[in-house]
Design a protein around this ligand. Structure first.
Ligand code: ATR
Length: 279
């Protein structure tokens, strides 16, 4: 088989991975652009992840996405990483170059592109943002907010120590706050971001008193199942602008697809509708 007729194979690597919508997204783009390629699920338990990543090229893959719980293992496995991945210590996009594994982190890009599309100009007058949660998603989002020049990012977390680690990493523009003190943080903020699992199907709702928020606050949620989380519904009821989390998933997929299949795809209303039909 000549290289030009070879089908490019990519995958999403996680454990579990059955819930991942990434195959839907990449499958849609492959068909839309008439490309010869496949995008599969690879359910790899933690004890097998190093071997799987080491054997990625031999197994015939051109690269893949990495999801929970393997983003740190993917980081360690890469010979080269982009600056965002270096800073976050996590890789969600892999590709092979000259037989060597390269990695990037596109979560920050996905977050920013989603807000740019859903609330254009959101960062123009923004001085203070509140981020709920201090896990991996929060780290990528904080990096993005600081990148856009936001003066202060208040990180509210149940476990205060995890928020303090983020301040130690990103510096004094990050302000850690304990969950019980959340009320005092909302009046000054113009962007509220949920990165906790609260509000996800099967989890308790995120039940916040939003009355202190200024009417020009944008509220966004990294949770996208359900698409309209209790937090977003409560914000809409107050007349606030909201951006759901699905776009973050869709936009973070763009750079990987371009690398593996050679076409930069677009996040369109049709793609959104296609994925929403499966949620
Ligand atoms: P991810 O990498 O997806 O961000 P994570 O590292 O597991 O996931 O982080 C999940 C976040 O949701 C954390 O900030 C967690 O708070 P703790 O650091 O205190 O664990 C937050 N979270 C999960 N369940 C929560 C709950 N019931 N109440 C408040 N916060 C919760």
């Amino acid at each position: 088989m000549s290289p030009s007729s070879r089908v490019a194979r990519a995958c999403v690597i996680g454990h579990p991975v059955a819930h991942s919508r990434s195959p839907l997204v990449h499958g849609y783009w492959l068909r839309l652009h008439g490309l010869r390629g496949t995008y599969e699920r690879a359910d790899v338990p933690s004890e097998d992840i190093d071997g799987f990543l080491f054997g990625l090229a031999a197994a015939g893959y051109v690269g893949g996405n990495v999801t929970i719980p393997h983003k740190e293992a993917a980081f360690r496995a890469c010979a080269e990483r982009d600056p965002v991945a270096e800073e976050l210590g996590a890789v969600n996009t892999l590709w092979l170059e000259d037989g060597r594994l390269h990695g990037a982190n596109t979560d920050m890009y996905g977050f920013l592109a989603n807000l740019d599309a859903g609330a254009p100009g959101w960062d123009q007058v923004l001085t203070e943002a509140v981020v709920l949660g201090a896990g991996g998603a929060s780290r990528a989002i904080i990096r993005g907010l600081l990148d856009r020049g936001i003066d202060r990012v208040v990180v509210v977390n149940r476990t205060l120590e995890r928020a303090e680690i983020l301040r130690a990493q990103f510096g004094p523009r990050v302000l850690p706050v304990a969950w019980r003190d959340i009320g005092g943080t909302l009046a000054g903020c113009r962007l509220l971001v949920n990165t906790t699992s609260l509000g996800m199907n099967g989890q308790p709702p995120l039940d916040l008193d939003l009355s202190a928020l200024s009417p020009d606050t944008v509220v966004t949620d990294a949770v996208y199942v359900p698409l309209e989380t209790p937090l977003l519904r409560a914000a809409q009821a107050r007349g606030l602008a909201t951006v759901d989390g699905l776009g973050m998933l869709l936009h973070q997929a763009v750079p990987g697809f371009e690398r593996w299949f050679g076409v930069r795809p677009e996040v369109t209303p049709e793609l959104r509708a296609y994925v929403i039909a499966d949620l």
